[in-house]
Design a protein around this ligand. Sequence first.
Ligand SMILES: [Zn+2]
Length: 313
Amino acid sequence: MIPRALAIAVLLALAGPAAAQEPLPFTLKQIGPGVYAAIDGPEHKAGSNAGFVIGDDGVLVVDALFTPGAARALVAEIRRLTPKPIRYVVNTHYHADHTGGDQVLRDAGALIIAHRNVRGWVRTNNIALFGDRITPELKARIEALPLPNLVTDKDLVIWLGARKVEVRTVLGHTGGDLVVTVPDAQVLFTGDMLWRKVAPNLIDGSVREWAAADADFAALPDAARMTFVPGHGDVATLADVHDFRAYLLDLRRLVTEARLAGFKDEALAHAVTPKLRALHPDWTITDRAAANEIRHMDQELAGTKKRPIPLPE
Ligand SMILES: [Zn+2]
């Protein structure tokens, strides 16, 4: 007879590989019936947020995360919840932290849907996006990203059986952004049109258009009851939409005032950053993020901002 302690030890050893499995690179949160948000963790292993909608006859995914490994974890979570086919992935914009896992979604059966400008930008502008942080491996990975199959510059409705999903074009973040609404669950996946309590990346943005788009989100008839899934940061509410818009407007006002006071370049960042942090004490605003967004805001106000140019198809 096997002693009880040994039997337990054997069982634990057998369970070992499962127990030692890599933790998920995101936290999966159910935000409605068959609607899930994959929220990037504090270590940023997923690179951004994503989500998915399980319909009657298939699954629609919103964004593909940064790495193929993170995308594989997302597919595994979908497979854990439903055997229905993964039919679509909507890229909210071209940035690699949202498109880096596209090939994994495509291999899982998804059609890649994006704004029409994404095809011209995803393999090239992403290299500029990383600047001096690009590595040869990342460059090769970006140049091999799959191009979207279905592109649009208009709003779309996608039916997952009887379940309606709305894809809308919006202005402000890159010049090629889509947001995804699940009306029956009162969920809006905003991509990077909304960041929750973390300084946004303005490299391709127009704060003027962006703040207007967030005002439109806040004015939606169901806004007070809606769940907003931002591109970065935790699951959000209407209060977070107001907070993010206030952040953009504070950034613009503070940079405008500092410019009028004669501050330029690094001195401009030094003048504005502490004021921005004081107005938003619960936000994560790194020195690097602050310096970048103040520079981009300065360029927008000076009329020298370079934004991605739509390429001919
Ligand atoms: Zn992003």
